[in-house]
Structures are given as structure tokens and as C-alpha cells.
Write a protein that binds this ligand. Structure first.
Ligand code: RIB
Ligand code: CA
Length: 344
């Protein structure tokens, strides 16, 4: 894997509305990260965690459907940037539908009708950049070749769109980290599929088939990382804009896990990807070629080839690049890191 710190560099876009929040000074070794996201309560936690991490320089957000429709997740992206005082960070609007099908629809029972746990936030005033998400992803990585990490927290439709329209994006990116998929464990959207991949399996098969440095942070690890009820209480009580927002957003999400998983706590799906960027040693990965099922009742299932990766490989996996698939995690360490960053 090419996990290396890179010099700080701004993305080429700037917001179309004059910023109330000039960019704070950034560490010269902060790693530029573009986050593609469907906020989403756990997306909100991940983004606020990234913005609280001096090791990372968030150079833009691109939005996608998933937990809610794209217009809703875009509004939420701006709310999160306002909360963190980072309206200098550009937002680009992504696609409204998967590349080959229609959007499956929101999940208000998990993330609320507003996508943020029915937090009833005021409407943000900022406007997105003119470029769509796929163009923005390409142009951002092209402005700093080999330096930008692209992190996806929702369906990977925008990234697939970028590969299709701008094939050189594959060589320009430093690396890709995907929250999604399930290699050796059951799904959470269906018995076989994880929610982000299930929302656009065709896009995921394209993204996992591209020849770039890519890591899958899927249910194999994210369902091992639970933020306890006590830690949730501490985060929600923290006297900061982050604590105030999460105190409104987390309760519905928390009750979903209590009702469906019987736990007093929440799985840290999207925040685990930020932990992976900050502390990759807390994770174990396996280099496997991956296919994504696009047909039948296991549509959306990520299938690794655990066996031969040479010419003896079954045709469906032959010539596929290797994906770093996370299968192990120091769950205590990751949950502790998430709490520490959200209570800074
Ligand atoms: O399966 C978990 C993923 O689905 C997370 O990204 C969550 O936000 C939802 O999109
Ligand atoms: Ca998400």
C-alpha cells in the first residue's frame, strides 16, 4: 500500500459564496482527502472527525444519494461544514441515481427524514460549486497528481461516473478508501449485501475493478467497532458545536441499533474509515481481487477470490486488481480514537 504523508495543497475549486470561515492554517504534512458522502448520521460523525484531525486536509465534499436523496445529503453536507466552521471547503453535487438503475430510496427509520436523525437544523445558505461531483473529483486529483486520497462513505456512483468520463482519474489519485461491502460476513441491507454497495452494485464493480490503490473498509470490521452508550453520552454532552449537533442527530440512530441489533451503542461504519486513515496499523488487510454481484438475490454482495489469483483463477476474477480488504480491527482503539476526535 502507498500510505504516505503528502504536502498540504488546496484543491482548485473555491466556494461560489464568499466564505464566513477562512481556512485555518494546515499542517504542512496534512494529507489531502476528498470525501464523497451521503450524510447520514455516521457520515456526519466521520466528517466532523476528519475536520477535527490535523493529520487530514479535507479538500472537498461530494454528495450522493443513499441514506437520503442527493438534495438532502447536499444540504446536510453544508450543515456539517457550518457546524465545524469550515464553509471554505467546497461542495459538489453528485448523481441522483445509480448508474444503471433507480435510487432504492431513503432510510428514515435509520437516519431520519432529514438524513440527520430528525435534527431539524436550519437551512444552510452556502451554494455548491458549478462542477458536478464526477468532474470535481477528477479536477481535484488532477490539480495535485498522486496526492489526494478519495474516501467514499456512500454508494460509489460518483467515483464510477468519474472513471467512466475521465479515465485518467485512476492514475491521478493517490489512493481510494471505500466504506462498504462485506467480504466474509453477512450484509446489512439484505442478507448478502451491505447498504452502500447494494445501492449501486454496478458502480462498485467498476470501482473495485480499477487499477488503483484501493482499500475496502466494510462490515467485516465496521460491525466490530461499537461506540458504547456511555461514550455516546460523553460526545453528546461535549460543549461544542459538534457535541450540540450530534446530540440532536444520534438518538434516533442509536434507537435503531437498540431495536435491531439489541445493543446499547452504535456501529461506527463511516467513522472507521477516518480511523483507518489516521491509524492504519489498527486494521488488518488482505489483498484479494473482488467482484460485485449485480444479478439475483445476492445482488450487491462483494465476493473476494480467496484462492488463486493467477491464471488458475475463475474467469470472473481473472485479471482483476487486488483490493486491500479490511478483515481485522483493534475495535477498542478505533472507538477510542473516534471519541477523542469528536470531543476535541
Ligand atoms: O452500511 C453502512 C453504510 O450505509 C454507512 O455508510 C451508512 O452511512 C450507510 O450509508
Ligand atoms: Ca454513509
Amino acid at each position: 500500500m502507498r500510505l504516505r504523508p503528502v504536502p498540504w495543497q488546496r484543491a482548485m475549486y473555491s466556494p461560489t459564496v464568499t466564505s464566513q470561515n477562512p481556512a485555518p492554517p494546515s499542517s504542512s504534512s496534512a494529507r489531502p482527502v476528498l470525501i464523497d458522502t451521503d450524510p447520514g448520521v455516521d457520515d456526519a460523525m466521520a466528517i466532523l472527525m476528519a475536520l477535527a484531525s490535523p493529520e487530514l486536509d479535507v479538500v472537498g465534499l461530494t454528495t450522493i444519494f443513499g441514506n437520503a436523496a442527493t438534495d438532502v445529503t447536499t444540504r446536510n453536507a453544508f450543515s456539517l461544514l457550518e457546524t465545524a466552521g469550515r464553509t471554505d471547503i467546497p461542495v459538489a453535487v453528485g448523481r441522483s441515481n445509480p448508474i444503471a438503475t433507480d435510487y432504492l430510496g431513503p432510510v428514515p427509520q435509520v437516519h431520519g427524514t432529514d438524513g440527520l436523525g430528525n435534527a431539524s437544523l436550519h437551512a444552510p445558505q452556502e451554494q455548491p460549486v458549478e462542477a458536478d461531483a464526477a468532474t470535481f473529483i477528477h479536477d481535484t486529483v488532477a490539480a495535485s497528481p498522486g496526492e489526494v486520497t478519495v474516501l467514499t462513505l456512500g454508494p460509489v456512483t460518483n467515483l464510477a461516473d468519474s472513471i467512466t468520463r475521465f479515465p485518467d482519474v485512476v492514475d491521478l489519485v493517490d489512493r481510494v478508501v471505500v466504506m462498504g461491502g462485506n467480504a466474509l460476513v453477512p450484509g446489512n441491507a439484505t442478507p448478502t449485501a451491505e447498504a452502500n454497495i447494494n445501492n449501486d452494485p454496478e458502480a462498485a464493480d467498476l470501482v473495485f475493478g480499477a487499477d488503483w490503490d484501493i482499500t475496502m473498509v466494510g462490515l467485516d470490521v465496521t460491525q466490530q467497532v461499537t461506540l458504547s452508550g456511555a461514550a455516546i453520552e460523553r460526545i453528546m454532552a461535549h460543549p461544542s458545536p459538534t457535541g450540540t449537533l450530534l446530540a440532536k442527530a444520534i438518538p434516533l440512530y442509536r434507537s435503531f441499533f437498540e431495536a435491531t441489533n439489541g445493543i446499547d451503542g452504535i456501529y461506527l461504519h463511516d467513522p472507521s474509515t477516518i480511523a483507518y486513515l489516521l491509524d492504519p496499523a489498527a486494521f488488518t488487510t488482505n489483498p484479494w481481487p473482488l467482484r460485485v454481484e449485480t444479478e439475483g438475490f445476492s445482488r450487491g454482495k462483494t465476493w473476494p477470490n480467496l484462492g488463486d489469483t493467477d491464471d488458475a483463477s475463475p474467469p470472473a476474477w481473472r485479471d482483476r486488481p487486488l483490493v486491500n480488504v479490511c478483515t481485522g480491527v483493534d475495535a477498542i482503539q478505533v472507538a477510542g480514537l473516534v471519541e477523542e476526535r469528536l470531543t476535541r
